[in-house]
Design a protein around this ligand. Structure first.
Ligand code: N01
Length: 548
């Protein structure tokens, strides 16, 4: 563990930030404005987090670009021009780099630096971070902005080392890109990443085999060049739109609040409403059609069946259509995918869907892969679109502990425990941005990032003003929050799906519903109320003064 008594003098900071993505960058900006010395440590060779790593073909945000952007500077949101309805990965990365330059953030980012260990020194009342290269950093506070989908996972198939072709993971894509022209390609996984890349790889490959374990619901994105009038109107109302977004469950404005339960509406009117949402494109609008689509199975069945019928109408081969039709979870309870010509792609002669639910992948061979039932596939390239160790993976990769004996991996043995998703009891002065127990991943992520970082910054300002320098979530507040997060999830349909929200995609990971699904609006009001009550549930103290 870190031992500050050896080696060069450690860098001293007010706040060490782990991660140089959208969250880490905003934390630098916001905390620096408060006069704090900050530095972000980023494992990648560039800033951007998710948008730095996920460069697979077709990578694109599924929230509209006018929404999926920072709101903290009106000048920024006025001057940036998004060329399309949904931002592509290169465009979003370009935006992030622009923000870093515009607000002079780079000087406080250290690239190519992976934080391996973080020790809270109770006597000194500071964090000691150690990088994988052995550098030591001391900081009064630590902000974990390491991302929720930043630990790529390749399934443990035997034989991968023997494969003579090339293999890739969606979240670790080569910067120079990959040309699949003329190749026999296998894509494993049909989540958001697979659904986005499959149509593009199919258009290049000689033949594409898609290995599907679970069919996923996907809606058309209906991406298009940015409409100039729409952009002008949106920008004219940007601050009001951002405020309106903060008053919604997903932190996304512009969708009329649903007024009726689905079954209160006659069948033909309901189907017409779904059809209009289908034509409009986007997932929020569809799931927000009625008040109860995510809480009532009967209501959800109507929306699920509408999409199942669309799949059956689109995919010509009835067997393939049936395999692509999700039947094991209600629509929206796994992350709903957005696509461009995903189902149509299965009508191509060079695309074959393979059901690896009934006949799972047994091993990777020198020339492709083999299933347990003995089917063999000859492949030149394998793409793993197999997802991430979501929400807890990044923090569990760091050895986080305290000098008094607390170990984060142990504390989270049965699933992540946090208070508001912002702090963990037993780990003073460590904040988490959009962590488990927060609504982050169920919202427009940048809005959640800004809300979390603003809350943390305000908290530090409050402490500074009061001469306080230690904050810790109480075990009771944490336990009550986790109970609440679970109770809210249990009042919805979410737990019915084997999703990464539940940790279900990682063999052996505890099955606990991790995000808070009570809505961004409700969560923000709650966090504000906690702060107004003097940070109820947190113990704030003046360690330096007490120690004198
Ligand atoms: O990962 P996933 P992802 N054998 O976990 C399959 C965000 N995102 O990278 O469902 C065979 O969703 C697995 O099967 P199953 C977004 O939040 C956003 O696609 O576990 N298959 C599943 O089909 C998203 O939800 C955007 O049965 C195996 C797939 O691999 C999150 O990132 C774009 C397997 C993994 O799907 C993660 O998406 C991309 C095995 N052993 C990502 N193991 C946008 O903004 C796993 N699978 C649009």
């Amino acid at each position: 563990m870190p031992d500050a008594s050896h080696g060069p003098i450690p860098r001293q900071l007010d706040v060490a930030i782990v991660g140089g993505g959208l969250a880490g960058l905003y934390a630098i900006h916001r905390l620096r404005r408060q006069g704090l010395t900050v530095r972000a440590y980023e494992a990648g060779s560039g800033i951007g987090g998710t948008w730095f790593w996920n460069r697979y073909p077709g990578a694109r945000c599924d929230v509209e670009s006018l929404e999926y952007s920072y709101s903290f500077s009106d000048e920024l949101q006025q001057e940036w021009k998004w060329p399309e309805r949904y931002g592509t990965q290169p465009e979003i990365l370009r935006y992030i780099n622009h923000v870093a330059d515009r607000f002079d953030l780079r000087r406080d980012v250290q690239l190519d630096t992976r934080i391996a260990e973080a020790l809270f020194d109770d006597a000194a009342n500071h964090w000691v971070l150690r990088t994988a290269d052995g550098e030591t950093i001391e900081a009064r506070y630590c902000v974990m902005a390491a991302g929720n989908l930043s630990t790529p996972r390749v399934p443990d198939f035997p034989g991968l080392g023997s494969f003579r072709g090339k293999w890739y993971h969606s979240g670790l894509w080569p910067h120079e890109g990959v040309d699949f022209t003329g190749l026999r390609v296998g894509v494993i996984g049909t989540g958001s990443s697979g659904v986005q890349m499959i149509p593009i790889i199919a258009s290049q490959a000689k033949h594409l085999h898609v290995f599907q374990r679970t069919a996923n619901f996907s809606l058309p994105a209906r991406n298009a060049p940015m409409d100039a009038t729409r952009e002008r109107n949106h920008k004219a109302e940007y601050p009001a739109r951002r405020r309106a977004a903060a008053d919604t469950p997903f932190a996304i404005a512009g969708h009329a609040k649903p007024t009726h339960p689905a079954l209160a509406v006659p069948d033909d009117a309901r189907n017409a409403a779904y059809e209009s949402k289908w034509q409009e494109g986007g997932s929020i609008s569809f799931l927000y059609a009625y008040t109860d689509l995510l809480v009532s199975k009967e209501a959800n069945d109507t929306a699920s069946e509408f999409v199942r019928n669309k799949i059956r109408c689109t995919v010509k081969d009835p067997r393939t259509a049936e395999l692509l039709t999700p039947k094991d979870h209600p629509i929206g309870t796994k992350r709903l995918c957005l696509d461009t010509s995903y189902y149509e792609t299965y009508n191509r002669d060079n695309v074959t869907l393979v059901d690896v639910r009934s006949d799972p992948i047994d091993r990777i061979t020198e020339t492709g892969l083999r299933t347990t039932g003995g089917q063999t596939f000859q492949l030149d390239a394998i793409v793993f679109a197999t997802g991430f160790d979501a929400m807890t993976g990044a923090l569990r990769e760091i050895d986080v502990r305290t000098s008094t004996g607390a170990v984060l991996r142990d504390h989270w043995e049965g699933g992540p425990l946090t208070y508001l998703g912002l702090m963990v009891s037993g780990f003073p002065n460590m904040f988490v941005v959009t962590g488990p127990g927060s609504p982050g991943v169920k919202t427009q992520m940048i809005a959640s990032i800004e809300q979390h970082v603003d809350w943390i910054a305000d908290c530090l300002a409050h402490m500074h003003a009061g001469g306080l320098d230690r904050i810790e979530a109480s075990a009771q507040a944490e336990s009550e929050w986790v109970t609440h997060v679970n109770a809210v999830a249990d009042s919805t349909l979410y737990p019915l799906a084997n999703s990464w929200y539940m940790g279900a995609n990682i063999p052996g990971k505890p099955r606990v519903f991790m995000p808070y699904v009570g809505g961004f609006d409700r969560y923000k009001r709650h966090c504000d109320a906690i702060a107004a009550k003097g940070y109820e549930g947190f113990a704030l103290s003046a360690h330096a003064r007490a120690a004198v």
